[in-house]
Write a protein that binds this ligand. Structure first.
Ligand SMILES: NC(=O)c1ccc[n+]([C@@H]2O[C@H](COP(=O)([O-])OP(=O)(O)OC[C@H]3O[C@@H](n4cnc5c(N)ncnc54)[C@H](OP(=O)(O)O)[C@@H]3O)[C@@H](O)[C@H]2O)c1
Length: 378
């Protein structure tokens, strides 16, 4: 009976992970951690009967503690405590943002397997996490696809990794990207996801973060990682082999599939999702991404190539800019402007340790907030 700690249980990936685990009777959820959604966490505790829980803020944790019969801790300490609990075999990290890095690292250091949705972990601290690569299983659909295509192969046989991108809601948009609204940007054509990643998909920053994620997960150089827009989101990614042929992973656009694969890895089990029907899937299109209209993608490649502390800065500045956009205080095209400006002001640090990354992250957020405030709508 593998025991699971689920971090980020109230989010899009977290709630789908619960659905998946409920269909896997030999797995048990022993702990749940959330950010601020007290009501949903309480509901999940009542339904799933875990032994521990955590929330971000101490006051919220204290309130929930009075309503449930289990210990409820708080903050980063709470996340790390759940991630390193001796009885836990598998940690699912579905927290959004750089807050996911410390618990991932703590879990890996404690010898846990980590099913990782939190791509910001690898963007900000990939070099720290990679010492434990064998314990890490990706949840991101593109990386899960690559992971599955690469089984039985080594990177010596690979010419490039090809990440597919839906292109987001503005792929064919004829109007001015400067004036698009939050509601328009949140209307993703193929996937239902949390707010931050949905905006990242619209700016193509999500694909940029995934390029950095792939670099660390598969030990590929940035020249070996390509992005191709595939609006149908049926081919989840491809591996181009040295002989020029491609290995592709196809499936329904349903995150429960890569979540389940990460939980049951190395085994593939029956799933409850509706399987892809190739006869009705329609044509599959592929096109090059438009880096002029979506400058976040080249910004992320450049940050990845620069390495050291630079990707952590990219990520932190982006998180702040997206938060301002989601609060209707910044324009869509101001997101890359803020990220670029914060990157320009940063003096790169080689091989930063966790404390340095957290300090760089905090500084980049502060600078991004200052810039965002100067530009912000009231
Ligand atoms: N959604 C997808 O389809 C998808 C696909 C691939 C990869 N991912 C990646 O998976 C991660 C999660 O994405 P999502 O879409 O599920 O995001 P989401 O819906 O916004 O959920 C984020 C989760 O993280 C929790 N959280 C946020 N800050 C926290 C903190 N400081 N401490 C503890 N918990 C915290 C939230 O809690 P509250 O809601 O309680 O505040 C929530 O449970 C992201 O890194 C994303 O890039 C997502």
């Amino acid at each position: 009976m593998p025991n699971i700690a689920l971090l980020g249980s109230t989010g899009s990936i977290g709630t789908q992970a619960i659905e998946v685990i409920q269909g896997l009777p030999d797995y048990t959820i022993v702990s749940l951690a959330a950010g601020s959604n007290e009501a949903l966490l309480r509901e999940q505790i009542e339904k799933l009967n875990p032994q521990y829980a955590a929330l971000q803020r101490p006051d919220a944790a204290a309130r929930v503690r009075q309503q449930v019969a289990i210990p409820v801790s708080h903050g980063m300490e709470g996340l790390v405590q759940l991630a390193t609990d001796p009885q836990v075999d598998l940690v699912i990290n579905a927290v959004v943002g750089a807050a996911g890095l410390a618990p991932t690292l703590a879990a890996l250091r404690a010898g846990k397997r980590v099913a990782l949705a939190n791509k910001e972990t690898l963007v900000a601290g990939g070099h720290l996490v990679m010492a434990y690569r064998d314990q890490l299983i990706p949840i991101d659909s593109e990386h899960s696809a690559l992971w599955q295509c690469l089984r039985g192969h080594t990177m010596d046989e690979v010419a490039s990794l090809v990440l597919t991108a839906s292109g987001g809601p503005f792929r064919k948009y004829q109007g001015e990207l400067h004036t698009v609204t939050r509601a328009q940007a949140l209307r993703h054509p193929n996937w239902e996801m949390g707010g931050k990643i949905t905006i990242d998909s619209a700016t193509l920053m999500n694909k940029g973060l995934e390029v950095i994620e792939a670099h660390w997960l598969f030990g590929a150089s940035y020249d070996q990682i390509e992005v191709v827009v595939h609006p149908q989101s049926i081919v989840h990614s491809l591996v181009k082999m040295k002989d020029g042929s491609y290995l592709a992973h196809l499936g329904a656009a349903d995150m429960r599939l890569p979540i389940q694969y990460a939980i049951t890895y190395p085994h593939c089990r029956p799933a409850t999702s509706i399987p892809l029907d190739l006869t009705t899937a329609g044509p599959l299109e592929f096109e090059a991404p438009d880096e002029q209209r979506f400058p976040c993608l080249p910004l992320a490649y450049a940050a990845g190539r620069a390495g050291g502390s630079v990707p952590a800065v990219l990520n932190a500045a982006n998180e702040v800019a997206v938060e301002y956009f989601l609060n209707d205080r910044l324009g869509f095209m101001e997101i890359p402007v803020i990220v670029e400006s914060v990157l320009e002001g940063h003096a790169p640090i080689d091989s930063p340790d966790l404390d340095t990354i957290l300090a760089v992250d905090a500084q980049a957020r502060q600078q991004a907030r200052q810039e965002a405030e100067q530009r912000a709508r009231l």
